[in-house]
Every structure is written in structure tokens, then in C-alpha cells.
Design a protein around this ligand. Sequence first.
Ligand SMILES: NC(=O)C1=CN([C@@H]2O[C@H](COP(=O)(O)OP(=O)(O)OC[C@H]3O[C@@H](n4cnc5c(N)ncnc54)[C@H](OP(=O)(O)O)[C@@H]3O)[C@@H](O)[C@H]2O)C=CC1
Ligand SMILES: O=C1CO[C@H](CO)[C@@H](O)[C@@H]1O
Length: 341
Amino acid sequence: MTQMKHHVIVIGAGSIGHRHIRCFGDTKRTAVSFVEPREEIRREIESLYPNVRSFASLDEISDWDQFDAAVIATTAPQHLTHAQAMLERGINVLIEKPLAVDVAEAEAFSRTAEAHGKVIAVAYVYRANPLLVQMRDAIRSGEYGKPLEFIAYGGQHFPTYRPAYRETYYRSHESGGGAIQDALTHVFNVGQFLVGPMEKIVVDADHQVLDGVEVEDTVHALARHRDGVMASYVLNQHQPANEMTMTVVCERGQLRMENHRERWRVCTAPDTDWRDFSLPVPLLRDELFVRQADAFLDAIEGKAAPLCDLQEGLQTLRMNVAAISSWRGGQWEAINHQCEK
Ligand SMILES: NC(=O)C1=CN([C@@H]2O[C@H](COP(=O)(O)OP(=O)(O)OC[C@H]3O[C@@H](n4cnc5c(N)ncnc54)[C@H](OP(=O)(O)O)[C@@H]3O)[C@@H](O)[C@H]2O)C=CC1
Ligand SMILES: O=C1CO[C@H](CO)[C@@H](O)[C@@H]1O
């Protein structure tokens, strides 16, 4: 194996951990090792990627100095414990979404974590999409005036993409599951990215279709973001079409990201055509995750800020928790936004 500049340890090689192992490897910038308790999974992954080494537990690792990066890909209630353990060993961390399930616990973590002086990023992977970044730059240029509304609508047939969902963390809120914490959280994070932090939210949600679980699979939310931006979020996990459309209506134009069509578009006058922006070559299946990995390594090298830093990830967690609480209580929930981004 050629000597690499970085060595990343992926903690948890389940569905997303496996993907991180492959995608960090694809950057060609880092050696990759992983920790996974299940022996059959360790064997399978090692046979697929011969340069990758596995451990059955953190305790099996004696030489921590070899690692400069860790991906925390265990389930949400374990994220902070594993991230803390890595920071104490001087290792930069990319933590899977959602940051955690409990705001107080995440706030306590945030009070001490940054003092380690390491990169702490949260893996909200939509931010690795160059089209979304282009659309945000267009909004920020001021050409279209102030944002007034954010409207997100989407869904997918979750059982098709995660047939084992009943046996995973998805089945309960406590383990990080349900549509709000698992899927809508990505869209909350994009709303925050495009129009700033959310200030209050009211939610209707229900379990409508998904067999074998009781958590919500359908969510409708109204919200207000900073500067009075009005927002609505609609998502389900049972419709046939896999799509996500996110529109920002500004004073002098309407900008729309269409994830499923790999384009964003803008319309500036009634009865005129949309102007479309897409990439010269469509994104490959793993490309967002490879870009996310590259961005994390860039942040470690001091070349760029993390795509989503700890404070932004914490802010999105506050939205998740406020959304669940609003749905349970049937009232608007205010969101304390200490993060200006
Ligand atoms: N960004 C994205 O697109 C996606 C993000 N995610 C997020 O990633 C996280 C993980 O999800 P997912 O991969 O689906 O979950 P899985 O349950 O598939 O994987 C979690 C893995 O962590 C392992 N694990 C548990 N405890 C430890 C430990 N102490 N040390 C090392 N490994 C451990 C589990 O092993 P065991 O089963 O033996 O407990 C399991 O293999 C969640 O927060 C989820 O929200 C998930 C999917 C997609
Ligand atoms: O983050 C993720 C990507 O979206 C999926 C839902 O559509 C989630 O299950 C997964 O955790």
C-alpha cells in the first residue's frame, strides 16, 4: 500500500459505515480502517477492500497515533460517546447525522468538544452537492433580493431502499428513527443552509404506511426561519417517486433545487421560462459521499471550513427535537438559535 497522508478509522460498518469505508478509500488520500462488532460484516468488507483493516472493538486498537480522522457511523444515541473518545485521542471527527437524539447532551458535548482544537463535522451530505452550493451562492449574491419563503416537498419508497428498516435504529425515536430524525433532518439542514436558522415550527405527522413500525412516515411542517422567512416542509417515506424539490422564493426571483433531476433552476418573471443549471456530467452514485470525504480531509488540512460544523449540526438537532415535540404536543415550538449559520 502506498503511504497515505491520512488514516481514517470508521466506527460502525453498518449501512452507511460501509459506504464511508468505500468512499474515503475512493479519495485516494487516506488509508482506511474500521471498527465493527459483527464478524461476518468485518470479513465481507475486508474481502471487498483488501487494503482495509478491521477491529472488533475500540479496545482492540493499541496504536491510536496512526489515525488522524474518524467517521462516527454508529447509531445516533452512540455518536457523542464515540466522538468524545476520538477527540480525547486527538483525532478529527466526522459525525453521521443526526448529531444525537438529545439536545442537552449535545450542548454539553459542544461546550467542551471544540477545546480539543480538532475538526468536528456533521455528515449532512446534501451540502456536498455542488448544485446546492451554486444555488445558495446565487441567493447570497443578492441578485434576487431577500428570501421570503422556503418550500420543500419530497419523499421516497423507504422499504425499497432500506428493506431491513424494521430491524434497524429506524424503528424508534430513542434510537434516532422515524421520518423526522432520519430523513427530514437532511431537509431541515438544507433549509438552514439556504435561508438561515429556524426560529419556530409546528408539525403534523403520522404513521400511515410502513409495515412493522409505529414511528411517523409522513410529516407536514410549517416553520419560520430567521428574518421572518416562512417555510413549509412536506415529506413521506412511502410514495413511489424518489424526489426532493426545495424552492426559495425571493423578492425578485424563485430558485428551485430538484435533487432527483440533478439541477437547480431560477425563474424571475411571470410567463417566462426557467433558466436551468446542471453539472456537465451527472453525479456518480457515490459521488456526494466522496466529495464529503474530500471536504473533511480538506478541513483537516486547513484548506476549507467543514461543510457542516458542530454548531450547525447542533442547530439541526434542535429542529428535529422541536419538530417531534410540536407533533406530540400539538403546538408551535420555539427554537433557541445560538448558531447564526
Ligand atoms: N447520510 C446518510 O445518507 C445516512 C446516514 N445514516 C446515519 O448513520 C448512522 C448509522 O446508520 P446505519 O449505518 O444505517 O446503521 P446500522 O445499524 O446499519 O449500522 C451501525 C453499525 O454500528 C455498529 N456498532 C454498534 N456499536 C458499535 C461500537 N461500539 N463500535 C463499533 N461499531 C458499533 C453496529 O453493529 P451491531 O449491529 O452489531 O450493533 C452496526 O453495524 C445513523 O445515525 C443514521 O442516521 C444512515 C444511513 C444513511
Ligand atoms: O440519511 C439517510 C438518507 O436518507 C434516508 C431516508 O431516505 C435515511 O434512512 C438515511 O438515514
